[in-house]
Design a protein around this ligand. Structure first.
Ligand code: PRP
Length: 211
């Protein structure tokens, strides 16, 4: 049996995703040993897992180092990797949103300064409105930017809203629902289509049960 190479996003979401793969019949018990190993293989089941930084999953899959993987819709929208998006796993749900300091009033005559990790998403969102913006690209702790006057607004992910509240920011608009997606390398999908289709079908059943 050909080994199926799976890139999982490291962290809490990845653990949920692994549980789904385990239920789908692709268990790899060694993965639950709490150590710093990044590759786990179960030759009997013909599967190999890699723990990958969540924002890198699509790169591994696009380049074929992994046959399939799980990436957030945010990453797929931001980087537009050349991969197949096979399934919405209906987990890791959150929203892409514009947020600003409480009471912020947008002056449409002025260029809006936008801090974000998601520069492409932000540019598309504002260009669709014909709004002039200046992007400040940051890599994390985006909520700091309006507090320190680095930007007028932020474009970022909101899940519970706790980070915004703790920093006296508020949602201006939620404009894109986000969730985890099963993705596949286009060439490898052809070689391993039967196995990948089977995994997709098993995972689909689980998303339907949870609805
Ligand atoms: C994400 C996001 C927000 C936060 C939203 O940050 O950028 O900061 O989670 O979640 P909440 O609405 O439940 O508070 P992450 O933890 O990925 O860290 P980062 O700030 O370094 O991007």
């Amino acid at each position: 049996m050909k080994i199926l190479n799976v890139a999982l996003p490291k962290g809490r979401l990845g653990e949920k995703v692994y549980e789904m793969f385990e239920k789908a019949g692709l268990g790899c018990p060694a993965i639950k040993e709490n150590n710093r190993k990044l590759v786990f293989e179960n030759p009997e089941m013909g599967v190999r897992y890699f723990w990958v930084k969540p924002s890198d999953v699509a790169i591994y899959v696009e380049r074929g180092a992994a046959d399939i993987g799980v990436a957030g819709k945010d990453i797929l929208l931001e980087y537009s990797p050349d991969v197949y998006e096979l399934l919405d796993l209906k987990i890791g749900k959150c929203d892409m949103a514009v947020a600003a300091k409480e009471g912020f009033q947008d002056d449409r005559n002025k260029t809006l300064t936008v801090a974000t990790k998601f520069s492409n998403i932000a540019k598309r969102y504002y260009s669709a409105q014909g709004r002039d913006i200046d992007i400040v690209h940051l890599n994390g702790s985006i909520e700091l930017a309006p507090i320190l006057g680095l930007s007028d607004v932020i474009v970022d992910i909101v899940e519970t809203g706790a980070t915004l509240r703790a920093n006296k920011l508020e949602v201006v608009e939620k404009f894109q629902a986000i969730s985890a997606r099963l993705i596949a390398n286009k060439a490898n999908f052809k070689f391993k289509s039967e196995r990948i289709e089977k995994v997709r079908a098993e995972l689909l059943k689980q998303t339907e049960i949870e609805q």
